[in-house]
Design a binder for this molecule. Sequence first.
Ligand code: HEM
Length: 478
Amino acid sequence: HKKRQGRLPPGPPALLFIAKFLALRRRSALGLGPLLRGLHARYGPVVAVRLLGTTRVFVADIKLAHRVLVKGGATFADRPPLAEPAGLFNSGTRGISNAPYGSYWGLVRRNLAAQALHPSRDACFAPARRHARDALVRDLLGHGRDGAAAVALRPLFRRALFELLLHMTLGVKLGPEMLDEIQELQQHIVRAISGFPFFSFPAITKRLFRQRWARYVALRRRQEEIFLPLIHARRDDRATDEEDPPCYADSLLSLRISAEGGRPLTDAEVVSLCSEFLNGAADTTLTAVEWIMAELVNHPDMQSKVYEEVNRADRLELDDDQSMPYLKAVVLEGLRLHPPTNILIPHAAYGDGAEIDGYAVPKGTEVHFLVSNFGRDETVWTAAMEFRPERFLDGGEGHGVDVTGTREIKMIPFGAGRRMCPAYRLGMLHVEYFVGSLVRELEWLPAAEGEVVDMAEELDFTTVMKHPLRARVVPRTT
Ligand code: HEM
């Protein structure tokens, strides 16, 4: 450690790294996974890469990650400076996920946890969940002609999920056209934020990529045009009832920022926070459910076990953790083997810099954690690349696993420590609800008799299936 003091972690020369990255032809800057695995094998568990003017440090070791994220408290709870166009879509850094560690972040994060994510809201939105599920089952059967043709889950599920999420965020039930426009808009925004960092040097690149920048500005304008009337309608008509439970926007409209003279949030800040809710909840849930359903198509024996369990339960509201252990095990195994996010949102040292494993991590450095490596670590998990839900049942190595990583890190699909996903409970609830419902209502069969679903990965905003799941779905008769 003495030798390392003041030195950056080891890593490859920037040009070599860029050449290798470009050779991978990834659509997104997040598509670094395979390249990083090679770098860690060569340089050790902490690697530094200098890219486009920013130093990026990658941590691939579970114990080290626990020391940094959990035991280190607030040491790495900050976020690095935000590059455009993320700033454009977040009113600067006014989202929970990108706000600097401090009082504003604490306020908006606490508001989300205490209001929209409060466990009492689960029951309020049960009818909206059922509505989304029924619409999805109807669409799947319609498109798949009751099992006669294979149907793609992703687009139909995305639409049903957005319907539910818009109800939770803006308190609205929208018609199909508006629903489709919003989900497409949000998808473009996610792509823009997570794509190649064209605007790392904004003074020059905003001119160089003028048309691209103009497209992003137009996207944001359209988002405000759609969201603001819906948000203002909530301000004008605040009486909520069983049909119309309080939504996330309601809580944002009531919020006052004490550190800034008790002012309310601006319209732009409310739009950004609502957009963050939609983006944080949509692709993650969608990806997790798609991977799990693909595994269940490939493992009909496991699908039958889930069916037996959910069919016995009189309702699928999942407020009782103990009632469906096999479904829970299937979901945990899905999140272990196919965590939706390949790496966490970048962390940064709070204050003037800190150190990791004796190496210096200066202020402004991006620190990344390779979530997918953790769940597939052969020193922790037996046959780590195999889908084996049984490992989470009584007596298995994953039984009682702590997904928050507080005691120790074995898998952290939601991150760990102070910046951990505030919605992990809701995320789990949605994944369990949709997997359980889709198996209870439908039997899932390969697209063609005897075909095995291809489980190749592609790195987008989340780690998606390279060949999206297509399956035949048949209504359950008993
Ligand atoms: C299966 C579902 C989900 C998964 C796998 C997931 C995963 C994650 C991960 C890995 C992080 C980064 C943690 C870090 O940087 O250390 C995160 C942060 C975050 N997630 Fe989620 N998430 C899910 C659902 C949701 C939902 C439903 C919401 C909606 C409110 C949400 C909102 C957020 C926010 C606001 C943050 C930023 C936290 C902060 O910086 O303080 N997520 N999530």
